[in-house]
Design a binder for this molecule. Sequence first.
Ligand SMILES: *Cc1c(COP(=O)(O)O)cnc(C)c1O
Length: 436
Amino acid sequence: MTISPQQDWQQRSLAAVWHPCTQMARAAVAPPLAIARGAGPWLYDFDGKRYFDANSSWWVNLFGHADAGLNDAIKQQLDTLPHVMLAGCTHAPAVRLAERLSARTGGALGHSFFASDGASAVEIALKQSFHSWRNLGRSDKREFVCLKNGYHGETIGALAVTDVAVFRDAYDPLLMRAHIVMSPDARLANEAAALTAMRELLAARSAQIAAVIVEPLVQGAAGMVMYSADYLRGLRRLCTEFEVHLIVDEIAMGCGRTGTFFAFEQTQPQSKADWPDFVLLSKGITGGTLPLSLVLTTEAVYQAFWSEDVARGFLHSHSYTGNALACAAANAVLDRFDAGQLDANLIQAQHLKNAFAPLAVDARVEHLRQQGMVLAFDVKDAGPRFAERFHLAARAHQLLIRPIGNTVYLMPPYLIDAATAAFLFDAVTASLNDVA
Ligand SMILES: *Cc1c(COP(=O)(O)O)cnc(C)c1O
């Protein structure tokens, strides 16, 4: 019996590749799509079938696949300097990137530390927060606070401030203990209560707490749980009042996803003190081309490490820290934002909103919600294995989409016009009809 190239790659992948975030026994039932190439929002399999990448390949792809502008920037850098170590050396793409990100915070976060993925950025921020307090003579401050259902990555430190059972439970015995506090959720209208819970914890334990870490405006992995900028503004005030660092994890929601370059900008910071102590970027920062993450921090944190004593420095490193190719890609991403990407996103978000408006009165659906280029809704009575069933049904409608539990969400590349929004609505509702 002959098998198609598509089946061949699928079978070889199942035999040799251990896929992430996957029970491999289920992967045998729902085999991975073997993707031959990508162009714009479309991915093409080895049979020539195409799929709209509605989740931006795990939230990283901002401008579509094989974008010519990003590719050119990477190719140019490839012929100039692909990589050099960032200890003892420096290079123009890293310097420019750090300067440009600082400028986007009005100089509030003027120091960028580089790493290669989101979880590493979280580890770095936790270490920098603790170590800076320690250098200031406050080594008792070594506890961290995260929000209920929050997600910050899956290395051991990041997992300790993550509250998503499927990722966490098996490793719980290995993890440091973090405080998990009520999270704001617009569906529950509980933002004031969530701030009160945070106040109570900080009032009781701020002498031991180094930092609070949150996802701004949208808790992604929790199932696109949304809340307002008022909560973030209130949280900034609480952290200032109780002398606790605020770490804002913009790994998913940064880079224009929510309508501003940094989601935190929606708090409308009036001065440097209104910004977080740490902002983390990754995922979209290279437009889905190369791994890169950054930890942006303040003059105060930076100064806490400044010393003749080597051990008071931040000696953390990764082999590919500040990779020049990745930095070149990130600069090309920032070029798009300098050229008006946020204005384009406003219009694109409106197209999504218009196209999906009928779901607001669909009896199978509740909590239709949107924050910029994130649109989500919950499916009632979704039944067992809904996410897998919906994902498989959607493939037949040219849609690559992975619901979280019973939450279906779109986080598409920034390539939405009225026609693509209408296509997405049709494909999503057709998939819903198939599984409902
Ligand atoms: C994806 C994500 C991370 C982890 O990033 P990785 O690159 O997957 O390690 C951390 N925080 C948030 C909010 C994320 O969405």
